[in-house]
Design a protein around this ligand. Structure first.
Ligand SMILES: [Zn+2]
Length: 442
């Protein structure tokens, strides 16, 4: 008996004095998870990346899904978890979303929209999933979203496609959908700025870009977003302004630039935009993950292509958010957050993966740069039945469960205390992202 106590005492002293982590969680891991989850569910979250809106609203994104694109298992329409989402949000009484059952859901949503007119409907969705506010990464903002709870992140890619885009559009069927929508977006910025025709002088074109950014900021925009990985490789050269100017002047009034000329021009404009992001305190969001469409080229849009830009001291005053955390290269991606001005957003990872796998992603991130990671759902209105509502719910629930599981393992393995775990949960779900916007969001 005395000996046993001595051994226990020695163990207690050892683990206290050295705090050595263990390679396996103990039997208490489930209990810790059960204890953490309700506390994590109570945290009022900030959703750092989402596309809220109704399915018939074309402004939900600056681009559209190409027809007949392949979907990973969990993101297919027949995922039974979506019925669970409808049940949690609307009391949906069926276990599947067959056309006949889905009618119940459509009627229910219609009725609620009538009761909760204007912005009240989507505010009520945020309340149900305990999200205090959610980024609305949209082409334009609608009047049915409350600007206080849905801060706008606008798209900045279109400035890179001002020329004849015949070659760009013809490259594959996906670009045939994407590039015309970029042209449309550029025209909307021109309308907003009362520019009927793009200027013949390159300096005036750059002024038009800056004016648009400044006005978007005044209209409530908190950040600019690039989805450039969908349209071209994300390796950006570093041409001089005279080179870009020469190309602009050669093609702004007509003619089709060669791919090399177009890319050189875009390299310059991209760098101009991110520099402006620093000057105007507009963080730069960049899509960094695989993307929809069967022609999305993962190796050419690999998040590591951006390393030379992210670690370039010339852009030290620009805040970068790597949207989707480089998935499926999230292990490499977290090391980019070593740069002081680089953050990761985990959205889409929690939908593309089940919580068991997403838990491992979060754990690795929490063990590396826990103060540089932020939560997002990437919710999107897929169709009338599977709306932004259901994908908000699935994204938020999956992230909270995976977060509780990752932290429970870290506690059980002796890496962190429970108090520290809750601090990290607040940071990931809310605090870290909110700080980037210097009081503009809450
Ligand atoms: Zn998105």
């Amino acid at each position: 008996m005395r000996k046993a106590i001595g051994v226990m005492f020695l163990f207690a002293v050892t683990s206290f004095a050295f705090g050595q982590a263990r390679p396996f969680p103990g039997n208490d891991v489930q209990q810790i998870y059960q204890r953490l989850l309700p506390q994590i569910e109570k945290i009022q979250a900030f959703d750092h990346h989402a596309h809220p809106g109704y399915a018939d609203d074309p402004d939900v994104d600056a681009m559209a899904a190409p027809p007949n694109a392949s979907e990973a298992l969990r993101t297919r329409d027949d995922n039974p978890e979506l019925a669970a989402a409808a049940k949690a949000l609307f009391g949906y009484p069926y276990a599947d979303l067959s056309a006949e059952h889905a009618k119940w859901l459509l009627d229910k949503k219609r009725e609620l929209k009538k009761q909760l007119a204007g912005p009240a409907y989507f505010n009520s969705i945020l309340d149900k999933i305990n999200i205090e506010s959610s980024v609305a990464n949209r082409a334009m903002m609608p009047d049915y979203l409350d600007a206080k709870r849905f801060p706008w992140v606008f798209f900045a890619d279109a400035f890179m496609w001002p020329f004849n885009n015949e070659h760009e559009t013809g490259r594959n069927p996906d670009e045939g959908v994407f590039i015309p929508l970029q042209e449309k977006m550029l025209h909307r910025w021109m309308q907003q700025e009362n520019v009927s025709k793009l200027p013949t002088s390159f300096a005036d074109y750059l002024n038009f870009i800056s004016r648009t950014l400044e006005d978007n900021s005044k209209r409530g925009g908190i950040a600019m977003k690039f989805e450039v990985a969908y349209f071209r490789p994300t390796t950006f050269g570093d041409p001089g302004s005279s080179q870009a100017e020469e190309i602009y002047q050669r093609y702004i009034s007509g003619g089709i630039p060669s791919e090399k000329e177009y890319r050189t021009f875009q390299d310059y404009i991209f760098r101009y935009l991110i520099r402006e992001g620093g000057r105007l305190h507009l963080p730069v969001h960049i899509h960094t993950a695989i993307g929809i469409g069967d022609y999305f080229n993962l190796s050419q849009s690999n998040i590591m292509n951006l390393e030379s830009v992210l670690r370039d001291p010339r852009y030290a005053s620009t805040t970068f958010v790597m949207i989707h955390g480089g998935y499926p290269l999230e292990r490499e991606a977290i090391w980019l957050a070593a740069a002081k001005n680089v953050y990761l957003d985990s959205s889409f990872g929690e939908l593309a993966q089940y919580p068991s796998a997403f838990k491992d992603t979060l754990k690795m991130w929490l063990e590396t740069f826990p103060d540089k990671i932020t939560f997002g759902t990437d919710c999107f209105p897929y169709n009338q039945v599977l709306g932004a509502e259901e994908s908000y719910w699935l994204g938020a629930q999956s992230s909270r469960m995976a977060l509780a599981a990752a932290l429970a393992e870290m506690i059980s393995e002796g890496e962190i205390t429970e108090a520290r775990a809750l601090q990290l949960a607040h940071a990931y779900l809310h605090d870290t992202a909110v700080k980037l916007y210097e009081g503009r969001v809450h």
